[in-house]
Design a protein around this ligand. Structure first.
Ligand SMILES: [Zn+2]
Length: 267
C-alpha cells in the first residue's frame, strides 16, 4: 500500500511559498506546481524563495571568504531570489524522511525522471529553469523574470504586482471542481478519512510482517533435511490467507479514500 505523503503535511513544509516578499504570481504558480506534483506522487519541497541581499552576500561569501563550497555565482542584488522572483526546489523521498537533489529518481514509477517532470511543470507556468543555462547550471533553480533584467531590477525597476491573494490549493476544493460535487456530498470528511486510513495501514503493516514470518518459517522448514510437508503446506496457506487480507485492506482504504473525495491508490 502506498504510504503517501498527505497534502496537509506537504503544505506545511512549503511555508516559504507564503513569504509576502515573493511576487504573488511566482508564489501562486509555485503552489500549483507543488500541488500538481503531489497529485502525481512527486513530493516537492521549495527550499528557497525570497532571499534578502544580506543573505545573498552571506551565501556568496561561502566558498570564497568563508568555508564551505561555492553554491552561487550571484552577489547580493544579482539574483532573482533577491526580488522574490525565483524558487529553488528539491524532492522528498516518498516516506517524507529525506530531501534529495538526485535528478534521476522515479519515485512515482511512471518511467519519467521526477526532477524533469517538476521542471516541465514549472516551465509550463512561465518559469525559466537554471538547468538550461549555458554556464553555472543551477538545476534546483527556477525563476520568472517578467522580462526584467538584473540591471533593471538593481536600478529599482520592478514587475507590477497584481492585486491578488495567493490561493493555496486545497484538496477538497480541487476535488469538488473536478467532480462538481460539494464537500458535504462526501460521506466521510477528509480529516476523519485520514485517521481511518492510518488505522487500516497499521493493520496492513501487521499482516505484512506476519507474512514475512511465515515465509521465514517456510524457508527454515524447507532447508531441513527431514522437512515436514504438512508444515510447509500449513505455512504456505497461512501466508496466502494473510495476503488476501492485506489485499482487502488495501481495497478498504480505497473505499474510504473514495468516500472522502481522495485519490484512490490501490484501485
Ligand atoms: Zn536559486
Amino acid at each position: 500500500m502506498d504510504m503517501a505523503i498527505t497534502w496537509d503535511w506537504l503544505k506545511q513544509k512549503n511555508f516559504r511559498l507564503n513569504d509576502p516578499n515573493l511576487h504573488p504570481v511566482v508564489a501562486q504558480r509555485g503552489w500549483e506546481v507543488v500541488f500538481e506534483a503531489w497529485q502525481r506522487g512527486i513530493y516537492v519541497l521549495i527550499t528557497q524563495g525570497y532571499r534578502s541581499i544580506a543573505e545573498q552576500n552571506e551565501l556568496y561569501a561561502q566558498g570564497r571568504t568563508k568555508p564551505g563550497k561555492i553554491v552561487t555565482n550571484a552577489k547580493g542584488g544579482t539574483s532573482y531570489h533577491n526580488y522574490g522572483l525565483a524558487l529553488d526546489f528539491a524532492l522528498y523521498t516518498p516516506d517524507g524522511k529525506q530531501v534529495v537533489w538526485d535528478m534521476n529518481t522515479d519515485f512515482n514509477k511512471n518511467h519519467k525522471k521526477d526532477w524533469m517532470e517538476v521542471v516541465q511543470m514549472f516551465k509550463a507556468r512561465g518559469f525559466e529553469w537554471g538547468g538550461d543555462w549555458r554556464s553555472f547550471k543551477d538545476y534546483p533553480h527556477v525563476q520568472m523574470t517578467f522580462g526584467f533584467s538584473i540591471a533593471q531590477l538593481k536600478a529599482g525597476k520592478r514587475p507590477s504586482r497584481p492585486a491578488m491573494v495567493v490561493q493555496v490549493p486545497e484538496l477538497t476544493k480541487v476535488v469538488a471542481s473536478v467532480t462538481d460535487k460539494k464537500e458535504e456530498e462526501y460521506m466521510i470528511p477528509v480529516s476523519k478519512a485520514d485517521k481511518i486510513i492510518a488505522l487500516i495501514q497499521a493493520e496492513w503493516k501487521e499482516k505484512d510482517e506476519q507474512i514475512k514470518q511465515y515465509q521465514k518459517m517456510w524457508q527454515e522448514e524447507n532447508a531441513k533435511p527431514d522437512k515436514c510437508q504438512q508444515k510447509l503446506d500449513e505455512y504456505h496457506r497461512a501466508a496466502e490467507a494473510l495476503r488476501k487480507d492485506k489485499k482487502e485492506l488495501g481495497e478498504l482504504a480505497d473505499e474510504v479514500r473514495k468516500a472522502s473525495g481522495r485519490r484512490v491508490v490501490n484501485g
